[in-house]
Design a protein around this ligand. Structure first.
Ligand code: URA
Length: 268
């Protein structure tokens, strides 16, 4: 057994996701031990054009808990205009605009290929990320690596990965509204610089924040939304998948939709 496989199994992350020769179809892959996926589901996911529906959040009677990302970006209070990605990263590293700056070891800006077509956005750094300064390097990160690999995506070459928050909330508690408000102008500027062709939000928090929605992740999944004109697919968080491995099939369907969306936008 390879060192990586042993490590993955030792961390309880196995079995490793493996990409099959026929892209997208994994229904009978012995390497993937997940809830059986119905053939019909796979066919439905890979056959005629995926539904590209405009975002239609359910009516909400309560005000959103977050500020509109684009409006904040327009009302740039942090003088981010004209910064390069590395200048933005340096500015984030000095940020003291919320209480998380008192408890972080370091900021976690994001990493990968700035020219990548795919942008993955998670919630916030955890303990490992805070120590290493890189997003998704802990157990959830290892699972994300497996998912990317299974989808034929190389983490360094094909994607860029970041979070809504650039600092770790203490004991990994949920981000608070004012922390999101303080950080979101950085994310808006980061996305504007990266210009991804597709965004995948990982989990309820990132999905709701980017989409300015209070809809559940179940409601947000399975359709193509847009953030600033960029197609956005809401998916599940790898940490959730660690606890609910039977949901891997659902994430796979999200990635199929994401790939189809990229293909469609290439053709138009
Ligand atoms: N969870 C996240 O949302 N982001 C990370 O970087 C790590 C864990």
């Amino acid at each position: 057994m390879s060192r990586r496989l042993s490590l993955v199994e030792a961390m309880g992350l196995g079995p490793l996701w493996q990409r099959r020769e026929v892209e997208y179809v994994y229904i009978d892959s012995p390497a993937i031990e997940t809830a059986p996926v119905l053939q019909a589901e796979v066919q439905a996911a890979s056959a005629p054009a995926a539904t590209i529906a405009p975002t239609a959040p359910p009516p909400s009677t309560t005000p959103p808990t977050v500020l509109p990302l684009d409006a904040v970006a327009l009302n740039d209070t942090k003088n981010l205009q004209g910064l390069s990605l590395s200048e933005l990263k340096a500015k984030v590293a000095r940020c003291q605009d919320c209480r998380l700056s008192n408890t972080r070891n370091q900021t976690v800006f994001g990493s990968g290929n700035p020219q990548a077509r795919w942008l993955f956005i998670g919630e916030a750094p955890g303990e490992n990320e805070d120590l290493q300064g890189e997003a998704f390097v802990g157990a959830a990160g290892m699972l994300l690596n497996n998912i990317l690999q299974a989808a034929g995506l190389d983490r360094e070459r094909d994607v860029y990965i970041t979070n809504i928050l650039k600092c770790r909330p203490p004991i990994n508690r949920n981000p608070q509204v004012d922390e999101v408000a303080a950080c979101q102008v950085y994310l808006a500027a980061q996305i504007a610089l990266l210009k991804p062709e597709l965004i995948v939000t990982l989990g309820r928090f990132a999905s709701q924040t980017l989409l300015q929605s209070k809809a559940s992740i179940g409601q947000l999944r399975g359709q193509v939304h847009h953030y600033q004109g960029i197609p956005l697919i809401a998916s599940l968080h790898p940490a959730y998948l660690l606890r609910n491995p039977q949901e891997k099939a659902a994430v796979w369907r999200d990635l199929l939709l994401a790939k189809k969306t990229l293909q469609t936008s290439n053709q138009s």
